[in-house]
Design a binder for this molecule. Sequence first.
Ligand code: ADP
Length: 282
Amino acid sequence: MAIILDHVNYIYNPDTAMSKAALKDISLQIPDGQFIGLIGHTGSGKSTLVQHLNGLMKPTSGSVYFNGKDINDEEYNRKELRAKVGLVFQYPEHQLFEINCFQDVCFGPKNLGLPQKEVELRAYDALKKVGFPDESFYQSPFDLSGGQKRRVAIAGVLAMKPDVLILDEPTAGLDPKGRDEILNLIADLHENMGITVILVSHSMEDVANYVERIIVMNKGEALYDGEPKEVFSHYKELEEIGLAAPQVTYVMQELRDAGIPVATDATTIDEAADEIMRVLGA
Ligand code: ADP
């Protein structure tokens, strides 16, 4: 059992007029290798939650365990934890700063104190894993497209060899093509590396096709937690909190309302197509 949150609460600016409860009694178990979508409206607590998973933030009350150990114990090695639970921030390209892409990806493993040769091997391997072209390795990160910059930033976290990869709104600001490419890359990384992936998004459409579990945050609480089908069955309640289910959910619902007896739990276009064909006897 990789990560456990036990009754985690977090309050910004406690005991002041600005006090804000951002996480309310969150208890979760995140087993190894799962692909999870963490969904919620802006301000629902997603960023606050993920920063608790790698020890960047400490709960006001409650505990976070990684592989059975309380990460907020005094003697716990949080530097090592940040390598194991890698967090790709929103707009991570804003944090690229080295003279070329390769150097940038070297930064994390170098900081872990690894020998230079190992640092370079890891950087090379990570850039290959994200499909970054060899001829751009020594280019300045500032000359790249938005999507390529993001690949370099993701490689920088992968070079730490994380067991858990958390990406906070990884598609923010990308055009639809760039968005699909990054989402496909993340799905490939999950499949090929066997790591746990937590994809933070405010878009159901983004995660519906990819993840096996969705956690819906609302006002600091984990409102729903389950397989996409199960979570999208609450599509009316999701709308009430400003989160639309994927379009396919609505299409299937309307077909059913129109008297075509399709099951309404398809969450991807392929599943919906199969279901419609089944009902049509095709
Ligand atoms: P999300 O990632 O879902 O957009 P956040 O975790 O950033 O949500 O924010 C959760 C709540 O905590 C919001 O109400 C937000 O205004 C508040 N908050 C976030 N960061 C701070 C901060 N540094 N100081 C005070 N309140 C904050």
